[in-house]
Design a protein around this ligand. Structure first.
Ligand code: ZN
Length: 252
């Protein structure tokens, strides 16, 4: 991945609100990695440090129409172009490259992109999977699901009064959150024409035996993949239901 600075001249005008709107659209299409940006201001320059999946992330083709309109609005207000300056590689992911023609996709929360190549487990920026100029509703829908998932996931992580509630929402295949995730998987599969699996949360304090013997929660068929252990990102897989999961790290 690449570290970039988006530089906006800010003389005589306050474009901070437009800049945040622009960041929202860049995150929604996957042009910049979510929640990894820093906004600073000095000497009339607004500088936003971001990370991108590839060098060409700011091409017009990868913007959606709202992002492009916001960019043009900012440029018309400041009277000059926005500058995109590459600073180097992302030190955390210096060797990342976009997966080429993955055979399966995985939809799950908590990675640099919510869609991963199942073959390599590498994140794929959404603009590479969908056409931002004609399929932009999917960006909003994925963004909404991702935010909802994040809120519930962090309620679980904080281990407070809502921990049990949040854990149930995350592990229950029939929760509103997971139903929406499954619905989005079908939509992603339709648009990309690639089998797309939904990854189900599986942090449960039950026995290792119960964990290994669990069945697919949708069709109740066998879904443990032989030979998998706790380090494997995928230990359960149901082809029919397009569902994957991992062994519970909390099983005893
Ligand atoms: Zn199944």
């Amino acid at each position: 991945m690449y570290a970039y600075e988006i530089i906006i001249q800010n003389h005589n005008t306050d474009i901070i609100h437009d800049a945040y709107t622009y960041l929202y659209f860049l995150e929604a299409t996957g042009q910049i990695v979510r929640d990894k940006n820093l906004v600073s201001i000095e000497n009339g320059l607004l500088t936003i440090s971001v990370f991108t999946f590839e060098k060409d992330a700011f091409l017009k083709a990868y913007h959606d129409k709202y992002g492009w309109e916001t960019k043009k609005e900012i440029e018309s207000k400041i009277g000059t172009r926005i500058i995109y300056q590459q600073k180097g590689r992302d030190a955390d992911n210096p060797h990342y490259s976009i997966p080429q023609n993955p055979s399966f996709l995985l939809f799950r929360f908590g990675w640099a992109s919510p869609i991963l190549s199942e073959d390599t487990y590498n994140p794929i920026p959404l603009y590479r999977l969908f056409n931002p100029w004609s399929e932009n509703k999917i960006f909003d829908d994925i963004r909404y699901w991702d935010r909802e998932y994040s809120r519930i996931f962090h309620l679980w992580i904080s281990s407070g009064s809502y921990e049990a509630f949040a854990q149930k929402e995350l592990k229950d295949i029939n929760s509103a959150l997971n139903k929406e995730g499954l619905k989005l998987c079908k939509e992603i599969e339709k648009l990309t024409r690639k089998p797309t699996f939904y990854h189900l949360f599986n942090n449960r304090t039950w026995s290792k035996n119960e964990d290994r013997n669990q069945k697919c929660p949708l069709c109740h068929g066998e879904w443990l993949i032989a030979g998998k252990n706790i380090d494997d990102a995928i230990a359960f897989k149901c082809e029919k239901c397009r569902l994957t999961s991992e062994l519970s790290p909390d099983a005893v």
